[in-house]
Design a protein around this ligand. Sequence first.
Ligand SMILES: [Cu+2]
Length: 291
Amino acid sequence: MRGKRRIWPRRLVAVGAVAMTALLAGCSREVWEVGFFPVESKGATSHTDAYTALWNGGWIAALLVGLVTWGLILWCVIAFRRKKSDRGLPVQLAYNMPIEILYTVIPIILVVGFFFHNVSALEKTIDDETPGEQVIEVVGKQWAWDFNYVTEDVHYAGVQVNLDGTEQPGYDAPTLYLPADTDIELVMRSRDVIHSFWVPAFLEKRDMIPGRESSIHLRPLKEGTYVGKCAELCGEFHAEMLFNVEVVPENEFIEYTDSLREQGNTGILGPDYDRTEWYQNPYEQEEGAEQ
Ligand SMILES: [Cu+2]
């Protein structure tokens, strides 16, 4: 019995090592390059490469610090372990100036380094050109999306995807068209509760808060179809609040907005469609109560 018990930890370690190797070997070079972000994020927008560089750089710095720390811990545990001949307490060490300075200086260098890289990534990704070449208003509603192509003065009214438990392509999901190589201003609004606009491949996410406007400015660089979803639990059918993004050449984008115009979808779907009874601006309410 005893012998068997001793074998178990070794087996667990062996199984773990094999599983980890298989798991990591299964990841292609591309997956590593994008730091396990969605592979299609590579070069997708004018921002994705800056985010990926910050993410990967952060991990590399953290891992280097980790390796040094783990190495020092292991070294101490092994080199200074208690020997049979040891008696009493080991030599006590306190107020060792070189070590104290090291402990202070290295974290300061790390914090300054992370701060610098954060700010430079932020500078590369804010590019607030208002108004963008194309202004598109993305409106979240329980549980779908309206897309107002403000510059082209047309709209698309989305309806909720109906998931029936089987895996199906979201071909009938609301679709947001974006012209490639164009500076786009995405203005976010909500008609009822808090939603969140998330296209995983764009590596950006914005909360959509009733009564407020938020925005993303970006330039899509890679044509293709991307999936998007609401990333804020917004009620019973939150999971069905899906959409697609089609990044197309500019002429196809114009063709698409023209087709909306031909269908009679002119103008934009404004705040008159908001379900204002679902939320009240608490400050306005207070003012109302005083009067
Ligand atoms: Cu939502």
